[in-house]
Design a protein around this ligand. Structure first.
Ligand code: 6PG
Length: 462
């Protein structure tokens, strides 16, 4: 039997889709899935479900590994966490120097850094690879974010770049990101940005829902999507809103408790660790948490005498507020990556990251396309005059939108986080002098003075 050019471990939804994508692009592929209760026929069923002849199925790990040509290229597509360590332990005895393991799940970047060191000792290359686009992306072309050594990247680049989505100019939405955990780090931030983008749409929907039907909101989102606000999440939300089950709209039947698998929280925690104000991602994560307290919300809402006076929101303001918040969201996400790039010596290329996020991934958008140039010519979004001016020009619109939310008791935490961040970052003076004085009063923590050199610290006996 001919050896395969590539191997995939794990035939979950993403594993199956990406295996088909790889094989369909002409690379002979071996796939492996463990045999355990409920997964006895996964490999057989998968092989029988496809007419592609260049896929071989295995349930024996040794035969799977030995059936791949060297240097082996093996993509792990299983649940992030300890299962990754376990499978690495299991395949390690069958691998040889120079083989490459790629972790294509949403692993925590610090785990990837740890695994890189561990596998380097065994002279095995390890690529921590962010893959975005869900099932459809994996099947037809995801956005791919590989981190590791450049030499290891070169071994897998021909395959990853072939199966990736393509940008507007036909280039693959896959590029070498940086050392060790860089690929998984930027995928984590991608997801953080995704959380805030999703929450912003939810907040806009919550305002519109007061005065408009699902069909009307869907139509509006469809119109916005054609314009410069266009983005994948808006497009799918427009479709979601019209889906019916019998006479009911499915969206009205879905319980208002949102789940999460952790990447948003990791982004927030990382922002805290790096001392960076990632306020929008954090607001969006907390919004998901608050939603999960459904029982308390129902109980407490019973005791409330609502004094709301609904009037129709101004659609034009709402659109501008949404766009305003999206810009701040991207600004914070990219600055967070910049902070990490310095801390971990990754030398990230932000324009290139924006480019590989223009197709295949969940946060692809017209603004992301614009971001390629903005981030090529500026150190961040707010340094770009046009972007800065558009935020400035839309201040009134977001204030009106936030006022509308307050008056009508509609929580708008993430929109609000964007505007408060903007106000703070553009304020010459903040009340942090009070904080410093308080810290010095009770703890002798010292303070700096505006009339002295910044390097000098003072303490007062208050
Ligand atoms: C993607 C998605 C994908 C997924 C995450 C986040 O880029 O394809 O980000 O990775 O949506 O699992 O999911 P949660 O919302 O469950 O945290």
């Amino acid at each position: 039997m001919h050896k395969s050019e590539f191997g995939v471990i794990g035939l979950g939804v993403m594993g199956k889709s990406i295996s088909l994508n790889i094989a369909e692009n002409g690379f002979s592929t071996s796939v492996y899935n463990r045999i355990c209760e409920g997964e006895e026929n996964v490999v057989d069923d998968f092989i029988h479900s496809t007419s592609l002849k260049n896929i071989n199925g295995f349930t024996n790990l040794k035969s799977f590994v030995e059936g791949i040509e060297r240097p082996r290229r093996i993509l792990i597509m299983i649940k992030a966490g300890t299962a990754i360590d376990t499978i690495i332990q299991q395949i390690l005895p069958f691998l040889h120097k120079g083989d490459v393991i790629i972790d294509g799940g949403n692993s925590l970047f610090t785990d990837t850094q740890r695994r890189t060191i561990y596998l380097n000792q065994a002279e095995i290359d390890f690529i921590g690879c962010g893959i975005s686009g869900g099932e459809e992306g994996a099947r037809k072309g995801p956005s791919i974010m590989p981190g590791g050594t450049f030499e290891a990247y070169l071994k897998v680049a021909p395959i990853l770049e072939k199966i990736a989505a393509k940008d507007n100019s036909g280039k693959p939405c896959c590029t070498f990101i940086g050392n060790d955990g860089a690929g998984h780090f930027i995928k984590m931030i991608h997801n953080g940005i995704e959380y805030a983008e999703m929450q912003l749409i939810a907040e806009v929907y919550s305002i519109l829902k007061v005065s408009f039907t699902n069909d009307e909101i869907s139509k509006l989102f469809h119109e916005w999507n054609i314009e410069n606000t266009g983005n994948y999440l808006l497009e799918i939300t427009s479709k979601i809103l019209t889906k019916k089950e019998g006479n009911n709209y499915l969206i009205d039947l879905i319980l208002d408790k949102s789940g999460n698998k952790g990447t948003g929280s990791w982004s927030s925690k990382t922002a805290l660790d790096l001392g960076f104000p990632g306020t929008m991602i954090t607001a969006a994560v907390f919004d998901r948490f608050i939603s999960s307290f459904k029982k308390d919300r129902v109980e407490l809402s019973k005791n409330l005498t609502r004094k709301v006076h609904f009037n129709a929101p101004k659609i034009e303001d709402l659109k501008k507020a949404y766009q305003f918040a999206r810009i701040i969201n991207h600004h914070q996400g990219f600055l967070l990556m910049k902070e990490a790039s310095k801390t971990y010596n990754w030398n990230l290329n932000f324009s290139e990251i924006a480019r590989i996020w223009t197709n295949g991934c969940i946060i692809r958008s017209k603004f992301m396309e614009k971001s390629i140039e903005i981030l090529k010519n500026n150190s961040d979004y707010l340094k770009d005059n046009q972007t800065f001016n558009s935020l400035h020009d839309n201040e009134d619109a977001i204030v009106e939108t936030l006022k509308y939310g307050l008056e009508n008791r509609i929580p708008l935490n993430t929109l609000n986080a964007s505007f408060n961040y903007w106000m703070s970052i553009t304020s010459e003076r903040l009340p942090a002098n009070i904080i410093q004085a308080q810290r010095d009063f009770f703890g002798a923590h010292t303070y700096q003075r505006i009339d002295k050199k910044e390097q000098e610290y003072f303490h007062t006996t208050w």
